[in-house]
Ligand binder design. Sequence first.
Ligand code: HEC
Length: 102
Amino acid sequence: MRKLTTALLTLGMAAVPTCAQDLPDGPGKETVMTVCTACHGLEDIVSSKHTKAEWKKVVDKMISFGAEAKDEEVEAIITYLAKNFGKADAAANLKPSAPGAK
Ligand code: HEC
């Protein structure tokens, strides 16, 4: 029994990921992993939830920091992030509510 426990523990430790690669599969994943890990890990990204417009702003900001991606890569990244780290009901909320309107 002790041997089995040891074996299970060893297996468990081997299965611990060394690097957080918890991006869901899908088109654009490779691009995100290449372009968006140059300066920081994926934690910043996977812990965020943004609409497509917000992701575009984030990615634009990263490009101003120096992220390098071609136009079509930028598009792929934004589409991927909006799909996998988007806000569920944001698309249904497109009508501006103009909270500051007089
Ligand atoms: C040139 C370096 C660089 C690259 C490449 C880069 N980032 Fe960043 N990123 C930063 C820096 C610096 C910060 C922290 C400063 C801040 O939050 O304004 C940051 C913070 C973030 C944050 C958390 C803060 C926020 O503004 O929401 C997110 C999300 C993010 N990056 C996403 C991305 C994505 C997506 C990509 C790929 C398109 C990317 N980053 C590529 C430099 C970079």
